[in-house]
Write a protein of this length. Structure first.
Length: 92
């Protein structure tokens, strides 16, 4: 019975240690909430959080993203028909 209890305690301890380590990959940031409110932003690398109190709520890509807008045809003030093509580069 004691062996089973010790194994259970060791399992809980190892699970808690693993849950407290967060590895953020390059090109991402993690938003951490503590008790439901914003606490901090984790940059790429290894980080330790308080398990069961801190939660990673969002994984945000910091890589450059491209938003291509379809070409639009417009008429200018002097009745010239032109086509406008837009590309937006976004980095959060």
């Amino acid at each position: 019975m004691k062996i089973l209890f010790i194994i259970f305690i060791l399992f809980l301890l190892i699970t808690t240690i693993i849950a407290s380590i967060k590895i953020v990959n390059t090109g991402y940031v993690y938003v951490v909430e503590r008790l439901g409110k914003y606490h901090r932003t984790l940059e790429p690398g290894w980080h330790i959080i308080i398990p069961y109190v801190d939660f990673v709520r969002q994984r945000i890509s910091t890589k450059q993203q491209i938003l291509d807008i379809e070409p639009q045809s417009v008429i200018t003030k002097d009745n010239v028909n032109i086509s406008i093509d837009n590309v937006i580069f976004i980095r959060y």
